[in-house]
Design a protein around this ligand. Sequence first.
Ligand code: ATP
Length: 446
Amino acid sequence: MISDKLGKIVSLCKRRGFIFGGSEIYGGLSSIWDYGHLGAVLKKRIKDAWWDTYVERRGDIVGLDSSIIMREDVFMASGHLEGFNDLLIDCPGCKRRFRVDKMEKINEKVYRCPDCKEENDIQINQPRKFNLMLKTNMSATEDNPYYGYLRPETAQGIFVNFMNVLNTTHKKLPLGIAQIGKAFRNEVTTGSFIFRMKEFEQMEIEYFVAPCDADKAYLYWVKERSDFYIEKIGLKKENMRLREHEKDELAHYAKSCTDVEYNFPFGWSELEGIANRTDFDLREHARVSKKDLSYFDEDSKRKFIPFVIEPSAGVDRTFFAVLCDAYKEEEVKGKMRVVLKIKPNLAPYYVAIFPLLKNRVELVELAKKIFANVKSKIPAVYDDTAAIGKLYRRQDEIGTPFCVTVDVDTLTDEKVTIRDRDAMRQERIGVDKIIEFIKEKIYAND
Ligand code: ATP
């Protein structure tokens, strides 16, 4: 069931072109979504904030862009072929399928179906295992198939390239390898918009350390990553929390794991997991590939397999959290306005430029001229397809922090009215000051 707020966000995404259903004109595809212009830009801003923070501005992390399709042996070694399963149950009443670990447990064997909510608790069928990996035939002929797998996490591309990166960058531990890219899981629990998709994007760092440094690095990354959402993405502190995994909840490879959770309209849910994966991955890849993946430490003259701390974030879930956090309805002069109070430097457009009167040719021409100049320096949009009040509302709904209006006075005094999204304060500034004014405000905290 979607909450009222969630329904409004989904409809805003569609109405304004942030997100569309995948293969929509053919009836859609379950848990697959496409990003329209505004969605693609906002998503890029989120990825850029992450990449800039960790790859561009630090000396201990390098980037990677590894392939999506990988060999079967990779996932034999990683344990995904054997162990990447969800336990699923079917409701005999409405026939919907659910993940056992996400259901409200009433007692050991009996659950209440969250969908049809039958009057009496339903005795659910025996849970079945369901592998989440997507497999593809890479052979040119049907009769002699060989299979590749779409990676279920970007991490494995990092592990198999560990030695390549180490040898080509000449870096020492601690060394992080960062990657942003698509991952694929044949999820069966559907219907939570972009929270759970079959094709999604991750931002992952595998941070390789000496085994004795792993616990300290783990604590560092838990704090670092939760601060990132507040400082760089602008999520409200009160909507964030950390949740440490119980021992019986840990993945087979992890010694410890903490989730960064966000208070979505449907409740607290995972944005990111930070795990101490020990030396499990490198050790297993070394065993299966028969390649030496150990590290020689010049200082101690010791050879060891590094431990790895993994902060693994979802781009789409961060995007979703940004929208939920920013969405506001406010009453202005007796009318409701919807406004996305996104952190200004993440907004798809920093400024929108309008002529006050769309039928005054000289105003339209001047506004277009100003737009062309501003757009060459900062993300901007021009619009003259409605009355001014409506133009403001449109920009409020997509989170544009500033609107500039060109009016009759601009023709003589070379000044425009600039209005800010949140306080709706208006002031007049010189045409030649627009770019500087906006840049100063947008980059004030970065
Ligand atoms: P969940 O318990 O919600 O299924 P997970 O613990 O399986 O998540 P991880 O394997 O830790 O997720 O993946 C790291 C991150 O990748 C998650 O925190 C999330 O942001 C993102 N992610 C994982 N699966 C999906 C998905 N199906 N759709 C969108 N994002 C996802």
